[in-house]
Structure formats: structure tokens, C-alpha cells
Ligand binder design. Sequence first.
Ligand code: GLY
Length: 364
Amino acid sequence: MLKEKWIAILQNILEKTEKNLDVFVSKYPHVGIKNQYCPEENALWTSSFLIGMAYLAYDVTGDKSYIRHRLEYLESFENRLQKRIGISHDLGFLYTLTAAADYKLTGDERSGRLAGKAADMLAERYNEKGRYIQAWHEIGAGYPDANIIIDTMMNLPLLYGSGNPAYFDMARNHAMTAAHTLVRKDYSTFHGYLVRPETGEMVKGVTYQGYADNSTWARGQAWAVYGYALSYAYTGEQRFLQVARETEKVFRRNLPRDYVPYWDFHFTDENPDIRDTSAAAVYCCGLLELAKYAEPKEAEEYREIVYAVMTSLQEHYTLGKSYNGILAAGMYHRDHGADECVIWGDYFYMEAAVRLLKDWNMFW
Ligand code: GLY
């Protein structure tokens, strides 16, 4: 019964993805306006997610026509790297779901080299003194522009999987640094932390996209759950597994009655605001990764939560056929992409459905 449900969810996603593929070939979806995506230059942190959906579609169906534009994607991403367009810590999101996924599925050496070059550029952002990867701004930016953010946890697999032991250590060191700064003692998370790059001193926790510095931004908490589960998968480091498990408990405790979180845990059913369906989808992927490392009873518990969240997303938050977005009620920033479809929400919703249907050999 459940399997039929995930197949139905995936079918709906595949139909929309198929329609989007010929519209977004060298310009890509980002956040919706009234739940419709427009093509945007390959300059944003989100440019890779529809392409990631094309690779997921190919992976789960075996139908190569889903990646019919792969050479155009690779050219666009090669060009972006060469011209250093919109470069930040998000090289991980950008090149894991494009070049690295392509290499895993097609074995094309050119994609492997491109993923390697992206990893080189991400490694340039590593600060040895503070053992962290700088999120935004030019490398070498001073206080208060030098920062780390919780989102970076999802960019580390590009380094872990690069085959370069020095890059592997950078990723592990960054995850350790984040575990005692961005992750609070109660396992809620700060979005960002300011750093003094010349000494590596970690100054204070802040928010960029959450409600307040000391509140918990829902998507940031989901990045922590999934990101630490992935760091554990690569390193076998127990501390990372513990952080993933404990940040998951915080996320779960803050789920409202319908299992789809408000965009910041400051909000509750008694004091509601906009949801963030993308945080829910990321959380599901994190739970399904964590289930791999849990005892059978706990793994079942994780899966039960995923069923509840995915069912709520499917029943209450999916958009009809006239929209090119899939999940409604995502949240980028309070003043941009609020209560809209967001392309990473669609990607992680699809990834969760794929993970529920098969033993997925992950792109991350
Ligand atoms: N990584 C950016 C965001 O989650 O909005």
C-alpha cells in the first residue's frame, strides 16, 4: 500500500519534471512567483536542483531521455566555474547534483574532472587557523563578513568524495568546528557564526534567514540533521552521528500538528506563520539516511515520521497541474520567495520519494 503511494507521488513529480526539462536548459528555476518558476541565469546557489531532479529521474526509471540535455548542463556549469560566477560555499550543492551525479551515473570523465575542479575551488575557502570553510564573500574577507553557516554541511560531500585526503580532512574539520559553534548545547542550531579569520576566533552566533539570532531557523536545523548524517556516512565519526540524532530530536519536537514546520521554530500552532515545506523535505532525506545507522526499532520510528511528513506534504501542499512548481509553501527569505514553491524543496521531496522506493546510491 505504502509503496503504491510513493510511486504515485513520484509519478506526479516525474510528469512535472519532464515538462520543465525543455524549458530550463541553460537557465534554471529558483523560487516561484505565485508558484511559477521563471528561467534564471546560472549564477544562483539553486541552479543545480532541477538538474539533480533530471538525474534522479534517470536513476529511478532508467530512462536516459531525462538527461537529454546533460551536455548543455555540463557546458553551462563548466563556464560558471571558469568565470567564477556566484562562487561561495554552495559549490557543493551546485556540482554534487550536476557534475558529480553525472559522473556517478554515466562515468563520463569530463564530469569527474569538473567535479574535481569545483572541489579545488571549495577547498580554497578553507581557513586553517579556525578549521572552517568560509560561507560567503571573497576569500580573506575580514570580520564581520567572514562567517560559517549551517547550510555548508550539505556542501561537504563534494570534498569528502573528491578522493583527495587533504580535502577530506578539511570537510571533517569543518564539521567538528560547526558541531561546537553552530550547534548549540541543546542541539538547536544557529544559522551562522561570525569568525575572525586572522586568528580563527569564533565570535558569536547570528541569523541571516531565521527569525532571530537565538531562534532556530527550521531549514538550518534540517541541514544539520541531513548534513551530519552525511558526515557520519563518510567518516564513521561517532560525534557526527550523535549530532545528527540529537538535532533530529529537536526538529521532531518542533513539528506542528500537521508535521510540516513553520519556517522558524519561534512559530507554533498557537502562534502560526508561514511554513517551510522545503525544510520538511530535507528533514525526510536526513531521517532516511539516519535510518541506515539505527537499530531496527529506531529505524522504523524514523520511517514512521517520514511517512507522516510525506503524507502531509502530498495531501496538503502539492500544487496542481497548472503550476510548474511541485511543493507549495516553501520559504526562502521573509521578503523573497516566502510561501512559494522553491526548487530545492521540489528536489528534496523527490529525493525522499526515491529513497522510499529504492536503496538509493546517493549523489551526495
Ligand atoms: N542554502 C541557502 C538556504 O537554505 O536558503
